[in-house]
Design a protein around this ligand. Structure first.
Ligand SMILES: [Zn+2]
Length: 338
């Protein structure tokens, strides 16, 4: 039997067109496997006449070496081109435009709250916060709001249980702080309040107030006026004037409704201020002697002033927002403006 030179030729034909490693593996098995072509050739050696065996064996050895090294180099080639392909497909193109992330922003009410805080802190006030769920005692009784006062009516207040309610104002914080601290006291408390108001452009069953309280010796209405005047100038502009109109709140005496000069017309009169020249901001006054007595402070020794302004009101005036409902609708077109 002669050694068939075509085996080598056929092998190179096949390996030339190889596309991937699995095809190469098939060829490796076909030629170098236990039942492969090369093994079959070795088996034939024993059938050859003595003098031909050596030459035939050398040729088979030679063929096996060629096939082995050829498979090895093809394998290396395929692996490196695969790695190249992987590299090129995973390459980052730094010239492509990036992914756009939507950025959130601070809610306008939070922004106003932070500004209110920083103005009062700059005037030496401490900032406190208290519970939304209040006791009747703190929300009404200790604040000199008698049993028959309409504020206690079921129509105005969310009661959770007998004498437990959602605070209708931040004023209970006056009581909590005066019970805890000794004068001199200079505090503000900002937080949510709740009333059974129907939702319309200027009423919301949930709103925010900033409560202010100063208790010390020799405190007068002049201190109240100076404080709110300074706050208003910082909040709404240097030319802002302040106006006190007599009003009744059970926990202050004298009490007043407090307004600022209209930020639109400066006091001349316009549709925003309904041609009054002023915008109402909230109540204020001198702490009622009964309230001081309720917390064990002697009204003959100490006096105080207090105020409660609406945060939504401040935001609406500052930014010209016409409707209180915008604050709670989560409409991005509104929120993105601040
Ligand atoms: Zn006006």
């Amino acid at each position: 039997m002669e050694f068939n030179e075509d085996i080598e030729k056929q092998f190179f034909e096949k390996i030339k067109n190889i596309k991937d490693l699995s095809e190469l593996k098939k060829i490796e098995i076909e030629y170098l496997g236990k039942k492969g072509i090369v093994q079959e050739l070795y088996k034939k050696i024993k059938d050859l006449p003595e003098e031909k065996r050596k030459e035939f064996g050398e040729k088979v050895n030679n063929l096996r070496n060629i096939i082995e090294s050829s498979i090895e180099s093809t394998k290396a080639q395929l692996e490196s081109s695969l790695a190249d392909l992987k590299l090129s497909s995973e390459k980052i193109d730094v010239t492509l435009p990036g992914l756009h992330f939507q950025r959130g922003s601070i809610h306008v009410l939070t922004k106003v709250i932070e500004e209110v805080k920083s103005i009062f802190v700059s005037m030496g006030f401490d900032v406190f916060s208290g519970p939304d769920i209040e006791d009747d005692y703190y929300n009404f009784e200790a604040l000199n709001i008698p049993e028959h006062h309409p504020a206690r009516d079921m129509q105005d207040t969310f009661y959770l249980a007998q004498k437990i309610l959602l605070r209708t104002q931040t004023s209970p914080m006056q009581i909590r702080i005066m019970k805890k601290l000794k004068p001199p006291i200079r505090m503000i408390a900002i937080g949510r309040c709740y009333r059974r108001d129907a939702l319309d452009s200027s009423h919301s069953p949930q709103f925010h107030q900033v409560e202010g309280l100063v208790v010390d010796k020799g405190i007068s209405f002049a201190n109240l006026k100076a404080t709110l005047s300074e706050f208003s100038k910082k909040m709404f502009g240097e030319n802002t004037r302040i106006r006190f109109t007599p009003s009744y709140f059970p926990f202050v005496e004298p009490g007043s409704e407090t307004s600022i000069s209209c930020v639109i017309c400066g006091g001349k009169g316009c549709p925003v201020c309904k041609y009054t020249g002023f915008l109402e901001m909230g109540g204020s006054g001198m702490v009622h002697p009964n309230v001081l007595r309720n917390v064990g402070i002697d009204p003959d020794e100490f006096q105080g002033f207090a105020f409660g302004w609406g945060i939504e009101r401040i935001a609406m005036v500052k930014y010209g927002i016409p409707d209180i409902r915008y604050f709670y609708q989560n409409d991005l077109r509104f929120l993105k403006q601040f």
